[in-house]
Ligand binder design. Structure first.
Ligand code: AR6
Length: 175
């Protein structure tokens, strides 16, 4: 199962996977960070489609086409804004991962790439967010045989370092 997980450093808009996940906001009308990068790379048709979708509640996921991206689909999910940890932030972030993975299976995607949801503009502490990402993905893959690869695309050295450290803690090698 851990063989299906890959951690790379790079730009999610360049990933040749079936679906990439967008860390969007509830309007689904674009924004900064990874959301802005995905809209720029996909082209204006993406905004046309997400406008029709009409928004997405925090913790849920919605699917659109990928247009000019190498990925065929974009799964838009809305992470929680970190408000100190007592506003169901952990549970909502876990739902983002679960619902995005579920959406990927529903559309028949075999490979999916995630950014580090909520840890930029939304301020979720990186280590805790990474634990949630790895735990939920591990749980999902343990009972799913459709997905072949889940890529965590880390933007910058700091994010990559945390993902690699926690990955070896969650999925230790050897006896
Ligand atoms: N590829 C991969 N990761 C990226 C890229 C990229 N091209 N660009 C940034 N990241 P953020 P959030 C990383 O702020 O915290 C938007 O305005 C970034 O370094 O994009 O969920 C939305 O519209 C960080 O590690 O998303 C919402 O309003 C991670 O992606 C709000 O920001 C997430 O940072 C969502 O905030």
């Amino acid at each position: 199962m851990k063989e299906k997980i890959e951690i790379i450093q790079g730009d999610i808009t360049k990933q040749k996977v079936d679906a990439i996940v967008n860390a969007a906001n509830t309007s689904l009308l674009g924004g900064g960070g990874v959301d802005g990068a995905i809209h720029r790379a996909a082209g204006p048709e993406l905004l046309e489609e997400t406008r029709k979708i009409g928004g997405c509640p925090t913790g849920e996921a919605r699917v659109s086409k990928g247009y000019r991206l190498p990925a065929r689909w974009v799964i838009h999910t809305v992470g929680p804004v970190w408000r100190g940890g007592r506003s169901r932030e952990r549970e909502l972030l876990a739902s983002c991962y679960k619902n995005s993975l579920k959406a990927a299976v529903e559309i028949g995607a075999k490979t999916i790439a995630f950014p580090s949801i909520s840890t930029g503009a939304y301020g979720f502490p990186l280590e805790e967010a990474t634990e949630i990402a790895l735990r939920e993905t591990g749980k999902f893959l343990a009972s799913d045989s459709n997905l072949e690869k889940v890529v965590f695309v880390c933007f910058g050295d700091q994010v990559t370092g945390v993902y690699r450290k926690l990955f070896s803690r969650f999925f230790p090698t050897g006896p």
